[in-house]
Design a protein around this ligand. Structure first.
Ligand code: ARG
Length: 403
């Protein structure tokens, strides 16, 4: 085995990754470079720098990836209307390949042959990190301390921290806290009482949405502009991808939009229960379907819907950087050429509903569909023949069944 001389660690500054940092320095006796991505998780990132410095890290990377996250990961995914198992907007899943991409980039830049992450051995995130690293640079080794060290309990983790003088915040001293993952797209909470799916989630797990019951009694109207499948404005104001999602998170959060209490199937093989809050993402999914409803041809829309579960599963399972995801993405992106226009939604007590849509590229024809007399040539007799031929096999089938 070649000796590892430098490791780039995905570092949040939290207790777990602080312990991992120490453990890597001790176990490998080498320099550890820390990388912290600002994905809009809303944490104080200068405090992260101070913590890394205290642990003797020389090369500390804190990078604002909010724009790249939303523009190159969240929006392409939303073009597909991606939902895992019909409900999950993939807020954690889509962040991992981006973090992995930058881990690899920094490793290449500083000549590190290994990267490390703090994902546990039971979750999906380890797969997402590692499959992405494999795809981006097969020469880089991945170190997953949670699978390697012999810390097996929270008690042992706290003991390790104590022994190495890693400060343990008072709220982390008692029982294990919730496992929380937050970024501009969502907050996900797992663990503790949530591990019992029969138990109702306590109110305090919700961080960025109000309880719909407490949301304003007056609805709020918001108009979202789309260009080629991507949202570009809110209420007529053009915004960058990150600013737009931030704005919609605020709007949705105030109206209790985007809460989800879900039992999902992890790739690794077990079921898990989590609470998700995706206010802006939920608004965007609804709005995007709204603009597609008038701009996409029927067969194109249905084909997208057929491949969507497959595409979502690829992202969930960690295959963002994989040829089949890129192939599906090309199909999805091509479908979006005319997905432009505006959608107006009403936000009210937990719901986001489309109330109107317009597009310069609309396929909708009031003239064609109208119940009134229409100028457009539409021969009602064509419908008769159409039904007669479609019914042909049904008539044969029914006649046979009667015999
Ligand atoms: N179960 C979700 C997923 O696999 C979230 C995982 C990370 N969340 C967390 N609270 N640790 O995408």
């Amino acid at each position: 085995m070649t000796k590892i001389e430098k490791i780039v660690l995905s570092y949040s500054g939290g207790l777990d990754t602080s312990i991992i940092l120490k453990w890597l320095q001790e176990t490998y006796g080498c320099e550890v470079v820390t990388f912290t991505a600002d994905l809009g998780q809303g944490e104080e990132l200068e405090a992260v720098r101070a913590k890394a410095e205290m642990s003797g890290v020389k090369d500390i990377r804190i990078v604002d990836l909010r724009q790249e996250f939303v523009r190159d990961f969240v929006f392409p995914m939303l073009r597909a209307n991606a939902l895992y198992e019909g409900q999950y907007l993939l807020g954690s899943s889509i962040a991992r390949p981006l973090i992995a991409k930058h881990l690899v980039g920094i490793a290449q830049e500083v000549g590190a042959h290994a990267v490390a992450h703090g994902a546990t051995g039971k979750g999906n995130d380890q797969l997402r990190f590692e499959l992405a690293v494999n795809a981006l640079d097969p020469s880089i080794k991945v170190i997953a301390p949670w699978r390697q060290w012999n810390i097996r309990s929270r008690m042992q983790l706290l003991e390790y921290a104590e022994k190495h003088r890693i400060p343990v915040p008072s709220d982390k001293r008692g029982e294990a806290p919730f496992s929380i993952d937050a970024n501009l797209l969502h907050t996900s909470t797992e663990g503790k009482s949530l591990e019992n799916p029969a138990e109702v989630a306590p109110d305090h797990v919700y961080q960025r949405t109000v309880d719909p019951v407490d949301a304003p009694d007056t609805p709020e109207i918001a108009t979202i502009g789309f260009e080629r499948g991507d949202p570009v404005s809110v209420n007529g104001k053009a915004m960058t991808p990150a600013a737009l999602l931030t704005e919609l998170n605020g709007l949705g959060g105030r109206h209790g939009v985007g809460r989800l209490d879900l039992v999902e199937n992890r790739f690794i093989g077990m079921k898990s229960r989590g609470i998700y809050e995706t206010p802006g993402g939920t608004i965007l999914l609804t709005a995007h379907r709204g603009i597609e409803s008038i701009t996409l041809d029927r067969a194109a829309a249905h084909l997208k819907d057929e491949i969507m579960p497959r595409y979502a599963e690829l992202i969930y399972n960690g295959f963002w950087f994989a040829p089949e995801r890129e192939m599906l993405q090309a199909l999805i992106d091509q479908s979006q050429a005319f997905v432009s226009g505006e959608v107006t939604l009403r936000l009210y007590k937990g719901s986001a509903s489309v109330i109107s849509r317009t597009s310069p590229c609309s396929l909708y024809s009031a003239d064609l569909v109208t119940f009134e007399e229409s100028a457009i040539a539409y021969d009602h007799h064509d419908a008769e023949g159409f039904i007669r031929l479609n019914g042909l096999r049904l008539r044969s089938w029914a006649a046979r069944n009667r015999r």
